[in-house]
Design a protein around this ligand. Sequence first.
Ligand code: NAD
Ligand code: IPM
Ligand code: MN
Length: 369
Amino acid sequence: MKFHITILPGDGIGPEVIEEAVRVLNTVAAIGGHTFEFDEKPIGGTAIRATGSPLPRTTLDSCLSSDAVLLGAVGSPEFDPLPPHQRPEAGLLLLRRALGGFANLRPAISYAAIASCSPLRTDVTAGADILIVRELLGGLYFGEPRGFSGTNGARVALNTMSYSVEEIERVAKVAFEAARHRRRKVTSVDKANVLETSQLWRQTVSRVAEDYPDVKLEHLYVDACAMHLLINPRRFDVLLTENLFGDILSDEAAVITGSLGMLPSATIGGEVGLYEPVHGSAPDIAGQGIANPFGAIASVAMMLRHSAKLDQEATDIEAAIEHVLDAGYRTPDIAGEGTRYIASTSEIGELVCQAVAEIADMRHAYHAV
Ligand code: NAD
Ligand code: IPM
Ligand code: MN
């Protein structure tokens, strides 16, 4: 098959982890006889430095005419003093809105091999497998009006949280459909004891649930949810929530897995799927070749499953990730018990490619018998 991907490495460790994700894509293409065409474009701080804009027109056009987009991370301390709309992060938010994907899937899985890397006890985290479904185009991130007013001591800042029934329904359906392929439970997370948007959220999700009698629905307030995630992560199957709550809870869920570097994401529901690890540009470790690329590599697996419909290839990559972890190869952030060798970002990429090739070979040999 022929599949066109726009690659947006971005800032900090973004280019480091994306290089490994692309390496894995090339391996999959070589094994399966697929043609993946890549078009690399600037975004974020890199794009501001080159063009003055965090999302240049040529980058956006390339994304819109692709089959899928793979993004590393954006953000750099040098732009921190700028107002929101001039920052690298604004490029990512504009891109998300332009691509139209409203459901951001963020799986958080506790892999047995690195369970001891979590500060939580292994008996708490063992077997945890959560799919966070984060609404991605609404809430405080995009609500109008927004901005600053007043001067000096009388300055005021304003953001607006708004959700329509339609926005809630469409993402809720994604969560219930996903639950049907998993353990058939949706936990909807809101702040309905305080916020009108959350009351509408809860009512709407409850109504959508009536169409899915085979899926159990529970509601949690976001503050209590933050606690339950760490006390008993195994109670969660699909966790459905609005944009900002999902941003916060997904970084918290990363603690269950052992590192933020482990989490991939897929944004679906729009014209073009967007795939990005959950972590940011990690300026504290950028340029050292030690960033964990597993989240970026697992994002490529999600791309193959959701956008390219190459389910077997996606499953092979996921198996390869587990294989490399089981064999004891780790970046420093996950170098706990069972580590055989502390590997660089690119060594991990190479090992995953080898494992993908071995897994595909084994399958072919099995089918040949
Ligand atoms: P961060 O996710 O970049 O880093 C948080 C911590 O986790 C750091 O200690 C970092 O070293 C570690 N970490 C993150 N990814 C890692 C990986 N792959 N391997 C090993 N360790 C990893 O969050 P931050 O420091 O709060 O933000 C830095 C910048 O990134 C900011 O400008 C922020 O806006 C941006 N950001 C971008 C995205 C994105 O592009 N999707 C996501 C989050 C944050
Ligand atoms: C994420 C990030 C982004 C978000 C930022 C960089 C705009 O934190 O993808 O989790 O808040 O959505
Ligand atoms: Mn985030």
